[in-house]
Design a protein around this ligand. Sequence first.
Ligand code: SF4
Length: 112
Amino acid sequence: MVKEINNGPKISFERKTVQAMIDIYYKQFDDEAHDIEKVDVETYAMTRLSYCRFGEDKPTCKVCPVHCYKKSYKEKMQQIMRYAGPRMMIYHPVMSLEHFFKEFRYNNKRTK
Ligand code: SF4
């Protein structure tokens, strides 16, 4: 049986947010090796989102209790988030705030 691909509004928003962060991170490089790495990371992250077991109820990947990423991609995404996270407030403030509140709501729900 083929697993259904997540395509709801929250996952779509998450795709845009992750894509924006990846774009910000790779903007600092100008070489073919990083172009190739970018496509690889994008493809991996988007596939993870498409098949995320939580679907529309997913937390942000940062606070996910499962974390389905392979170690090397997890480390790369952490590097991307560290760099792009603070810059998101400048380039995409609305997206950034939405992402922050999603994380806050999830953490709050978990501690209740
Ligand atoms: S890390 Fe967690 S929230 Fe992110 S795609 Fe994987 S299972 Fe879903």
